[in-house]
Design a protein around this ligand. Structure first.
Ligand code: 1GP
Length: 252
């Protein structure tokens, strides 16, 4: 049996204390310099990990430079959040080895995973198996990932996919409304999914306020991912205020 790695153990350990906040930085949107500053700030404020990735342009040198800048500026674990096998960087600590279970295209369910597997092994990046479910509206990842987005008013469909993911051996479930979504995943859906699964539940997409983050946690989310609210805050000062607001919403 494969051993549970360092980052996954850290996630479980931290979850025994409180709900977690992961900040997503997309190398297509932030420079290495800004990414380093945001990571440092995130660590000071009490964020638990930095995720790096995106659906478009988060590959190669662009990705490597952002990961390196984050590693140089903070001690937080850096977890890759790849759009495909192109989203692998040797400088990261771990990778969400994710399958977009409700894609129509097998490339996003098992194809990109097969193309990336040897590189993950060669670089010694810790893989964390994760069921990734795209919920309406789904935004760019829904379109690029050829998803059949789960309707917002159909929590049972999300719960069925989430449980199937767990039964397939995935150790995290991620409900994704899409980066920049106008509305986050509905609390009723978060609640039902949490009720049926035993693995930690991650929720992201469209969470912009402390209030929304609090509602997602109250509904059952274990880990909240925020990206756009921080990346597009307008200034580092505003990003800091946003981080504090979101972190308070999550950790109470
Ligand atoms: C996107 O769930 C993440 O993959 C975060 O979404 O950018 O809307 O915070 P936002």
């Amino acid at each position: 049996m494969p051993k549970i790695g360092r980052v996954e153990s850290y996630i479980h350990r931290r979850l025994e204390q409180e709900k977690l906040h992961f900040v997503l930085l997309d190398p297509d949107d932030v420079s290495p310099e800004t990414a380093g500053k945001l990571a440092k700030m995130s660590e000071e404020i009490g964020v638990d990990a930095i995720m790096v990735g995106g659906s478009t342009g988060a590959e190669g040198e662009v990705l490597d430079n952002v990961v390196k800048a984050i590693k140089e500026n903070s001690k937080l674990p850096v977890i890759l959040f790849p759009g495909s096998h192109g989203g692998i960087s040797r400088h990261a600590d771990a990778i969400f080895f994710m399958s977009l279970l409700n894609s129509r295209n097998p490339f996003f369910i098992t194809g990109a995973q097969a193309l990336g597997a040897f590189l993950v092994k060669r670089y010694g990046i810790e893989p964390i198996p994760m069921a990734y479910l795209v919920i309406e509206p789904g935004e760019t990842v829904g379109w690029v990932g050829d998803a059949k987005p789960i309707p917002r008013h159909k929590p049972r469909i999300a719960a069925a996919y989430a449980l199937a993911g767990q039964y397939l051996g995935m150790r995290l479930v991620y409900l994704e409304a899409g980066s920049g979504a106008s509305k986050p995943v509905p609390p009723e859906m978060i609640g039902l999914v949490k009720h049926v699964i035993d693995v930690p539940l991650i929720v992201g997409g469209g969470i912009r306020t402390g209030e929304q983050a609090r509602a997602a946690v109250k509904a059952g989310a274990d880990i909240i991912v925020t990206g756009t609210a921080i990346e597009k805050a307008g200034s580092l000062e505003r990003a800091k205020e946003k981080l504090i607001e979101l972190n308070r919403g999550i950790k109470g």
